[in-house]
Design a protein around this ligand. Structure first.
Ligand code: UDP
Length: 377
């Protein structure tokens, strides 16, 4: 006789694990299944030479939502990591990100916000006038957005090559919102995020996942689709965090993703690039960025305590079956396909869809937690 659960949670990633934690606190019986051999989804880290390696890509937690911040810190305290990526431009020069007074100084030699503003206005003028002439009020694609936001030099040097490598599509064919994630600042502030809080769990992300799943029944190496009828019969409700198109048997077609191939290397030196993240914005450098994992959790002189370091070069490619689906491609075609699935999903009374794959959304971690919290309000 199969045991009955209140919730069968398909996927032990951040949404599934947070949902399980909150449900368990309310006395609900949960079973979490995941097809991978570890929990944690894409925030899972692998320890190499004492360094937590972000196996599925760098994750930096950031939020302005105090409730979310307090929640995650109640599971595991977070460190003071602040993301300040550096970008190497096609000419080999380094620039600070996000676009701020340091970037403008490095790019043009301007030293004051007034000088920088004048330069930005000049840089943006052509694109702004072109849009005005054509009667366009909202940028229609990423290129228009970038040119009107930050101008031609920065677009050419720091955005175009990187973005086209990352997405495998022309900037004119990508949605404008992707670039709106990046702040533009008239201050000397290299903090990539505008949020009030950011950091990395002390001891690594696996502590967060272990804390969320503490006391919850988890079955790994277990594929929902391999025995769907059985899984659907053992719980009152299903929390589905996998791919929504797969859930519906791809009946409206397949959704597209971008995936990332990581070339990870352990080096016999303590400090390879002096920063967690260095982007390579040139179109002819095949990788988009190099992550040096130890910098997420060690600072200052402590970096030298470990004589080794681990780096990952990221190569962005189109997703095909069998690869990890990382980034949803929210262009018009995919969005239209997703809307059809979403309509079906909205009619379900016993299935809850949550997370990046089930909602086909380019999610940060904090909104995922917020969504799970909201579900129980
Ligand atoms: N971006 C860019 N140059 C950079 C870094 C980012 O043009 O050096 C653009 C690019 O279009 C990218 C978007 O900003 O897709 C969002 O970047 P973010 O770093 O937030 O992406 P993620 O870390 O989620 O991959």
């Amino acid at each position: 006789m199969l045991m009955k659960y209140d919730y069968l949670i398909v996927g032990a990633g951040l949404f599934g694990a947070t949902f399980a934690y909150l449900a368990r606190k309310r006395g609900k019986r949960c079973l979490v299944i995941d097809k991978r051999s570890h929990a944690g989804g894409n925030i899972y880290c692998e320890n190499v030479e004492g360094i937590n390696v972000h196996k599925y890509g760098a994750h930096i937690f950031h939020t302005s939502d105090k409730e979310v911040w307090d929640f995650v810190n109640s599971i595991v305290p977070f460190n003071r990591y602040t993301n300040c990526p550096v970008a190497q431009a096609p000419d080999g020069k380094l620039h600070n990100l996000p676009f701020n007074m340091n970037t403008f100084y490095q790019m043009w030699g301007v030293k004051t916000p007034a000088e920088a503003q004048a330069k930005l206005d000049e840089q943006r003028r052509d694109a702004v006038e072109r849009m005005k002439e054509e009667g366009i009020t909202e940028p229609r694609n990423l290129e228009e957005q970038a040119l009107t936001l930050i101008g031609c030099d920065i677009y050419e040097q720091l955005i175009k090559g990187y973005t086209e490598k990352q997405w495998g599509r022309k900037c004119t064919e990508l949605p404008a919102f992707i670039i709106r994630r990046l702040p533009v600042r008239m201050t000397f502030d290299n903090n990539y995020f505008n949020d009030s809080y950011q950091g990395i769990p002390i001891g690594g992300y696996n502590r967060l996942i272990d804390g969320l799943l503490d006391g919850v029944e988890v079955k790994l190496d277990t594929d929902f689709f391999a025995d769907r009828a059985r899984w659907e019969s053992i719980a009152d409700k299903i929390v589905f965090t996998g791919k929504i198109d797969e859930f519906y048997g791809y009946r409206f077609g397949k959704l597209e993703y971008r995936t990332v191939r990581f070339e990870t290397e352990t080096l016999d030196e303590p400090n390879h690039q002096g920063n967690a993240v260095v982007n390579y914005t040139a179109a002819d450098v095949p990788y988009t960025r190099i992550i040096e994992h130890k910098h997420f959790e060690t600072f200052g002189a402590a970096v030298y305590d470990n004589p080794h370091t681990v780096i990952s070069r990221e190569y962005s490619t189109e997703w095909t079956d069998g690869m990890e689906p990382f980034y949803p491609v929210n262009d018009e075609r995919n969005q239209a396909v997703y809307e059809q699935y979403r309509t079906l999903a909205s009619l379900e009374s016993s299935v809850i869809f949550g997370g990046r794959l089930a909602e086909y959304k380019y999610y940060d971690m904090a909104p995922i937690i917020a969504q799970a919290l909201n579900h129980f309000k």
